[in-house]
Write a protein that binds this ligand. Structure first.
Ligand SMILES: Cc1ncc(COP(=O)(O)O)c(C=O)c1O
Length: 421
């Protein structure tokens, strides 16, 4: 029988050696700043990336858990970055924010808080249900599984947005929560949040708005006078929102926030225990120890860019999105799904095999997301996608479509997993 051994991991090696291995190993990776990357890169320029990296490195050994004792600077970063996003999202002055490790944790915390609130205020609900739209991020399903919530997944309407009538029709005496996307990942189309808010208010349901992607996009689009439906705390029925610093906030990955409309809801989020002999343990998050680097990077980027800097980067990215959307809509046989409000969107075709188109583009080095319903390609833009790059993409897209029509490019197979992983 084969024996388990340490093999060549028995003895350590020099950093130079290890570094060589790393460089060789990542030789085939797509660098996150690559202009060919239309997956999730969230790049705002080398200067911003350097600020995020330097701040991260300064705090690389610090633990957020110890912010009240060892690292008061981290406490300040959290307060400042929360204040910034609460202002962006028009949160009331007595709103409450928590920094988390990512969108998934923020969603989980919002759901757990809503569940606990319903346990106290709606004690008749025995089997709590959550209404999700077709396009909500599967982390809601994962969290519902962990929290013992029953998911009711409601198909979207023909325009790829949440179907408010269908959502309302699914409300039962057990419904405690409804989720809208601003925007959801698939299609990049913001759900009709004002209409959802009206329904949520009518039935007394907790409405969470997932602005993990759009939180740092839509407020700037709105400030530029672009058409953005209201999606934030200006709608009184919105009780919680999630927003990611590590997406279009340009922080190093590992930083998000969940915002509750009212500090009084905090009692349903917080956990406290004195059962052990080492002092009271209080926690508002799922994670325990977490690196202070991500929140330091979020703070540094926020201070470096300021509101105006974000606005400027987002203006560039929104204009690039307009340009590429118009170019794709102008091509034979291709159409963008709806009119995206932000900086990501999907496009499909009634005649072309979109998986073949995706495979053809990836063979040319482009990185994009593949989507199954309907089969389509999803592009997310960042500041590296400038005029020249977009022109090159469109030229190569035309070539690939011709190849698919001619039968020289075909689908390579297993494309039904989310994304490009
Ligand atoms: C709309 C949306 N919500 C939530 C998440 C989860 O965020 P994270 O990957 O940071 O956990 C994502 C991730 O891409 C997302 O697109």
């Amino acid at each position: 029988m084969a024996e388990r051994t340490f093999g060549d991991k028995l003895t350590g090696r020099s950093w130079a050696d290890v570094e060589n291995d790393i460089e060789a190993g990542r030789g085939g990776d797509i660098h996150w700043t690559s202009p060919l990357n239309f997956a999730a890169s969230y790049f705002a320029g080398d200067d911003v990336a350097a600020v995020a990296r330097e701040a991260f490195v300064k705090h690389i050994g610090d633990n957020v858990t110890h912010r009240y004792g060892l690292h008061p600077s981290v406490q300040r970063y959290e307060a400042d970055v929360l204040d910034f996003v609460m202002t962006l999202l028009n949160a009331p002055v007595d709103a409450r924010g928590t920094v988390s490790t990512g969108g998934s944790e923020s969603l989980f915390l919002a759901m757990r808080t809503a569940r606990e609130e319903a346990r106290k205020n709606r004690p008749d609900v025995r089997d709590p249900e959550i209404l999700l739209t077709h396009a909500t991020y599967p982390v809601f399903n994962k969290a519902a599984y962990a929290l013992g919530l029953t998911v009711v997944q409601v198909p979207h309407s023909l325009d790829y947005r949440a179907d408010v009538d269908a959502l309302e029709a699914c409300i039962t005496e057990n419904t405690i929560m409804m989720v809208g996307g601003a925007p959801p990942f698939p299609y990049g189309l913001v759900d009709p949040i004002p209409q959802m808010a009206a329904v949520a208010a009518r039935y007394g349901i907790w409405l969470h708005v997932d602005a993990c992607i759009g939180g740092f996009v839509l407020p700037f689009a709105e400030a530029m006078g672009r058409p953005v439906p209201m999606f934030d705390f200006r709608l009184p029925a919105v009780r919680s929102m999630s927003i990611d610093y590590h997406k279009y906030g340009y922080a190093v990955r590992g930083c998000s926030a969940v915002i509750l409309r009212d500090a009084s809801l905090g009692e349903f989020q917080s956990f406290s225990s004195s059962v052990w002999p080492a002092g009271r343990y209080d926690s508002d998050t799922v994670a325990g120890s977490r690196n202070a680097g991500p929140v330091a990077s979020a703070w540094a980027v926020m201070r470096y860019l300021g509101y105006d800097g974000y606005l400027e980067r987002m203006a560039m990215t929104l204009e690039a999105t307009d340009q590429i959307v118009a170019a794709i809509n102008g091509l034979d046989g291709l159409a963008v799904h709806g009119e995206p409000e932000g900086v990501h969107f999907s496009f499909g075709s009634d005649e072309l095999d979109m998986m073949a188109v995706g495979d053809g583009l990836m063979a040319k080095g482009w990185m994009l997301n593949l989507q199954t319903e309907p089969e389509s390609l999803l592009l997310m833009l960042s500041t590296q996608h400038d005029d020249a790059l977009i022109a090159r993409f469109v030229t190569e897209l035309i070539e690939v479509c011709e190849g698919v029509r001619a039968g020289t490019i075909s689908r390579q197979g297993n494309d039904d997993a989310y994304g490009i992983y």
